[in-house]
Design a binder for this molecule. Structure first.
Ligand SMILES: Nc1nc2c(c(=O)[nH]1)N[C@H]1C(S)=C(S)[C@@H](COP(=O)(O)OP(=O)(O)OC[C@H]3O[C@@H](n4cnc5c(=O)[nH]c(N)nc54)[C@H](O)[C@@H]3O)O[C@H]1N2
Ligand SMILES: Nc1nc2c(c(=O)[nH]1)N[C@H]1C(S)=C(S)[C@@H](COP(=O)(O)OP(=O)(O)OC[C@H]3O[C@@H](n4cnc5c(=O)[nH]c(N)nc54)[C@H](O)[C@@H]3O)O[C@H]1N2
Ligand SMILES: [Mo]
Length: 768
């Protein structure tokens, strides 16, 4: 990069000129400026294509709505740069492995199917038919279908993921590890236990009606920039926005709307949060418990003086179970425990409780700061408890809102990308397609990697994503992938997972969501589901860079056809016309009645959410309060010993997961570099270290394995003492594969027990 690394605290608001400037820089940097702009204009309009950025909902009232990071995602995909066979001829896989993730993706779009030749250590061109035959010969040679893993990343469309899961189940496996296992799994598991449905209960419009919005463990300024519009509008009309975030995040403090000319001309920026609390990593369950303790006290005081209590007694009596046990757990939790674990004072938590108490309608949102801990399910359920006490379900302007990551990760689950599929779903498949689906649960991501390490997996198929870089314990993950006989990646861009191969490996180049998808019956659209359970169509407009690229749906159909033939299903016919796939979806998944017709509804259609209508599909038919005790320690630790620091791994402003667009993190004031470690200035001086010095970070874990990265520059930051933050995926080597969430297997990417020491030099290469 041409920029000199620097640290410069950011003084502006999130959004604003900085955001527009950065957007245009990305658009102009790519060589296809005009069509990029045209693409941008079509994002989220008419049928157009769905923004491949995040899973936030679309506001159909605004005429021109895109965000800086959506613009980056679109122009990154629409580049004219191409990785041709000549590139692979020049570079061996071993030499490519020395390159950074940024370099790999920056080479451009994959254009032709490639097969790894281990003799010359290079990828070489192969035809589609040869690729499909190779896959078929491996899969048909398996002793057991469970020797296959089918990974999915959350950009895959409903149509391609539906075919993919059907293919796996017709083969006889439920091995569907996916990115969601590393992401919002705890939200699904926790919400299902509490309210019977693992999805959020609100509509986008509810942000216009809420009196207060509590944002837990989320950085929308970078990861869901369009959410800032909703927060800003809510704040402008007087709603209280309360943030719980370990770091001071600019987007949660102030926001100038880059699409509002008045804001831009007057440099006006709106305050977002009226209160900002910085809990310890993993401290949110304690924080919410503290709020409830304060609210319960006020509730009882009211009742003692013959005033109405605070809680919604009628709602609780009609819809909930487990109140007494929960209140007993709250009574049994001591303030000392709450304060120590949350890192917030009793006064602060009483303040937060007071804001909650005086708001009629409350939305709670959350993301990775809540879900990537050991006790994440308990934390999601604690947030739900708070909402249930006040009857914040089934009314406008109120509810639960896990803000999803990948643009179609929620849709993937709806389509059956699920290693533990509900029995009813399998029954529907069995009946409609007349086969016997497997009933034994399959592997999630961590279990899949462990099975690979044990030598039990022969073939890995990956529908998108970058498992090698996204999964924890980088070195063990690499070893796991190398244990496979065949690894196959359906991808748009070159990434690390292509370079850590099984004995054999294939790269299958696919069209992106922004591109025209022409099949035998004409141009195809696909569908996706956002965080608000809205399903809508998406149709690409850009001309593909190569005739050899195929759509994900066509590739999955091609693989299924080669492996299974067309005895059960005419796979290739389905790829010719996606309407036929949607007919099968309609016949097997509730909520998709008249699916094809409803794809024409602008803005899409709502799938429905039983809990939002106060119907609870839990075993007792009620919304269930949980009554877990606060864990004694929230950070996984070895032998009862607390580590001096807890590290969270998070995203910079210039990245999309493992895709690194650039080396800046503007709102946090970091430029031209990524190997930085955010630390409280007093922690730095207590260790005799100085700003800008390089350190190594080592995980304290209980298996004797040394997990260490070095060359991280110290940056003093507004973060509570004892807490650290650094970017993912550079720090993935520090997350032990065996450290995961209770009931979820989600790697504990936000609570890694570590020590730090001064060091002299950088790791030039972290992945062997
Ligand atoms: N531009 C862009 N957009 C994206 C992505 C991207 O990489 N780039 N990724 C997409 C995906 S897959 C996802 S899942 C989402 C991720 O969206 P986020 O969850 O916002 O992502 P992270 O960067 O992991 O940020 C975690 C935030 O939670 C805070 N935090 C961490 N631990 C704790 C804690 O214990 N308590 C509290 N209260 N706060 C905590 C961190 O300080 C940080 O602000 O974004 C999606 N959108
Ligand atoms: N330490 C740490 N680890 C984490 C996290 C963390 O916060 N900290 N976050 C976790 C989370 S929330 C998630 S969701 C996972 C993400 O895990 P993944 O979803 O596996 O990773 P991505 O980086 O999103 O995948 C990027 C690759 O997808 C391919 N791609 C892009 N667009 C398309 C497309 O349209 N079709 C196809 N077929 N391929 C495409 C490109 O080749 C690109 O290189 O990482 C997890 N890992
Ligand atoms: Mo995610």
């Amino acid at each position: 990069m041409k920029f000199k690394p620097s640290i410069k605290p950011y003084s502006g608001a999130a959004g604003g000129w900085g955001s527009l400037e950065a957007t245009t820089r990305y658009v102009l940097d790519s060589k296809k400026t005009l069509s990029n702009l045209r693409n941008l204009l079509r994002v989220n309009k008419g049928r157009g294509f769905d923004c491949p950025g995040c899973a936030w909902g679309d506001d159909n009232h605004s005429t021109f709505s895109f965000c800086e990071n959506g613009a980056k995602a679109v122009s990154w995909e629409a580049t004219r740069k191409a990785v041709e066979p000549e590139f692979f001829h020049q570079h061996s896989v071993t030499t490519l492995r020395q390159q950074s993730d940024y370099f790999l993706e920056y080479q451009g779009r994959l254009t032709q199917p490639m097969r790894y030749n281990s003799v010359v250590d290079r990828y070489q061109p192969i035809t589609w038919n040869e690729a499909f035959s190779l896959i078929a010969s491996h899969i048909n040679g398996l002793a057991d279908p469970n020797q296959l893993e089918l990974y999915t990343s959350g950009r895959a469309s409903n149509e391609s993921s539906y075919l993919y899961q059907l293919f796996g189940r017709m083969l006889g496996t439920n091995n569907f590890p996916d990115c969601s296992n590393m992401c919002h799994e705890a939200s699904g598991v926790g919400l299902k236990q509490s309210i019977g449905v693992g999805k959020g209960t609100i509509h986008l419009e509810d942000f216009e009606k809420a009196d207060a919005i509590f944002v837990f463990g989320q950085n929308p300024g970078t990861n869901h920039p369009r959410m800032l519009h909703s927060l800003r509008h809510a704040a402008d009309r007087g709603a209280k926005i309360v943030s719980f975030n370990t770091l001071r995040e600019r987007g949660l403090e102030r926001f100038a709307d880059p699409q509002n000319p008045i804001d831009m001309l007057t440099s006006k920026s709106g305050q977002i949060s009226c209160a900002y609390f910085q809990p310890n990593l993993g401290g949110d369950m304690a924080a919410v418990r503290g709020m409830v303790k304060a609210l319960l006290e006020n509730h009882r005081l009211n009742i003692a003086s013959d005033k109405p209590g605070l809680f919604d007694d009628a709602f609780i009596a009609e819809h909930c179970a487990g109140l007494d046990e929960y209140l007993a757990a709250v009574d049994a939790t001591r303030w000392e425990h709450i304060v120590r674990q949350s890192g917030l004072s009793e006064i602060q938590l009483r303040q937060a409780a007071a804001i909650y108490q005086h708001a009629g309608r409350v939305i709670c949102t959350w993301a990775m700061g809540i879900t990537q801990h050991k006790h994440s399910v308990a934390t999601v359920r604690e947030i739900t408890n708070l909402q249930l006490l006040f009857g914040q379900l089934g009314k406008p302007g109120a509810g639960l809102c896990p803000v999803r990551g990948h643009s179609n990760v929620q849709g993937n689950r709806t389509m059956g990308i699920d290693e533990k599929p509900p029995a009813k779903f399998l029954d529907n498949l069995a009946k409609h397609f007349n086969f016997t689906p497997p009933r034994v649960p399959g592997h999630n991501t961590v279990e899949a990697l462990e099975a690979m390490l044990r030598g039990e997996v022969k073939v890995l198929l990956a529908l998108g994503g970058n498992l090698a870089a996204a999964a924890p314990d980088t070195e063990r993950t690499a070893r796991a992938l190398r244990c496979c006989d065949l690894t196959v990646h359906i991808s748009t861009k070159l990434n690390r997972s292509h370079l850590i191969t099984g004995k054999e490996a294939l790269i299958l180049p696919t069209l992106g969501r922004t591109e025209l998808d022409m099949q035998a019956s004409g141009s195809q659209f696909i569908t996706v589901e956002d965080s608000f359970s809205m399903v809508h169509a998406s149709e690409g407009v850009g001309k593909p860079i190569s005739d050899e690229q195929r759509s994900e749906t066509a590739i999955v159909a091609g693989i299924a056809h080669a492996v299974l033939g067309d005895e059960h299903l005419d796979w290739l016919e389905l790829a010719d016309d996606y309407h036929l796939i949607r007919d099968h979806i309609e016949a097997t998944i509730p909520g998709f009645t008249h699916f094809n017709q409803r794809c024409d509804i602008p803005g899409g259609f709502y799938l429905g959410n039983a809990a939002a209508e106060l119907r609870f599909s839990t075993p007792n038919g009620k919304a269930n309060f949980s009554h877990a005790a606060l864990p004694e320690f929230v950070i996984p630790h070895m032998n009862g010993q607390q580590a001096p620091f807890t590290l969270q791994t998070l995203r910079s402003h210039d990245q999309y997961n493992t895709t690194i667009y650039g080396l800046d993190d503007r709102y946090r004031g970091v430029y031209g570099q990524r190997d930085v470690l955010f630390i409280h200035p007093d922690d730095m001086s207590a260790l005799g270290l100085n700003e800008g010095e390089l350190v190594e970070i080592e995980t304290l874990w209980n298996d004797g394995v040394i997990r260490k990265v070095s060359g991280f520059k110290l940056v003093s930051y507004a973060i509570p003492r004892g807490n650290l933050a650094a970017y993912y995926p550079e720090t993935n080597p520090l997350v032990p594969l065996s450290s995961f969430g209770d009931e979820t297997h989600t790697p504990t990417s936000k609570s890694i027990p570590v020590v730090i020491r001064r060091c002299e030099q950088t790791d030039s290469q972290r992945i062997a």
